[in-house]
Design a protein around this ligand. Structure first.
Ligand code: CA
Length: 220
């Protein structure tokens, strides 16, 4: 899950980002609407957390624009303004939920889980490839019907590969999917996750092309 956090209060944004990364989310942070637009243009974002009072433009203008363009990513609105009017306008413009500041981190996580579920139920919840079955709701993997426990990042990595079997993903792209832009990342993190995944999956399902990237090979 890749989250775009649009918030101009740097201390608050930093606190949220650290908490989300600890929960296993990949986070991009933008402090302005124009920075958010840039990230939306180059990244595939799963959920946006959107503050309304931003220095260059109102967050609601950004929301209106992305809905106008037909982008349907879930948007969680953050508002410091405890005004019913803002909440109603935000939801009318296509926001999915809102949270009034200040809020507890646990509440933020709970709202995100709801959006995540809504997001995956809009698509298919089960991804089946040969012996592999990924339940995108419960984040559960079954191999030949048996449950295999996977940490969140390994599941995300496998899901990325499984959504486009046969497509070769460069390591940098997989890193981007799993981690924050500019976030600290050991240089062999993807190799380590792949190594761990391979131990839990049937032989030779995850292939790599040296110097190019990784792909999933599945007999269908
Ligand atoms: Ca603000």
């Amino acid at each position: 899950m890749r989250i775009l956090l649009v918030e101009d209060n740097i201390a608050l944004a930093h606190g949220i980002e650290v908490a989300l990364v600890r929960e296993g989310y990949a986070v991009d942070h933008a402090a302005t609407v124009s920075a958010a637009e840039h990230i939306l243009g180059v990244e595939s974002v799963d959920v946006m957390i959107l503050d309304l009072g931003l220095p260059d433009e109102d967050g609601l203008s950004l929301l209106r624009r992305i809905r106008h363009r037909g982008q349907d990513l879930p948007v969680l609105i953050l508002t410091a303004r405890d005004s019913l009017d803002d909440k109603v306008r935000g939801l009318d413009l296509g926001g999915d939920d809102y949270l009034t500041k200040p809020f507890e981190q646990q509440e933020l996580f709970a709202r995100l889980r709801v959006l995540e579920r809504r997001n995956t139920s809009a698509h298919s919840a089960l991804l089946e490839l040969g012996a592999l079955q990924l339940d995108l709701h419960s984040h559960q993997l079954r191999v030949d019907g048996c449950i295999v426990a996977l940490p969140r990042r390994e599941f995300s990595l496998l899901r990325t590969l499984a959504e486009q079997p046969g497509r070769v993903f460069p390591r940098e792209e997989l890193e981007q999917k799993l981690y924050s832009l500019g976030g600290a990342l050991s240089s062999n993190a993807i190799e380590v996750h792949i190594h761990n995944l391979r131990k839990k999956l049937p032989r030779d399902i995850i292939r790599n092309i040296r110097g190019v990237g990784y792909y999933l090979r599945v007999e269908l």
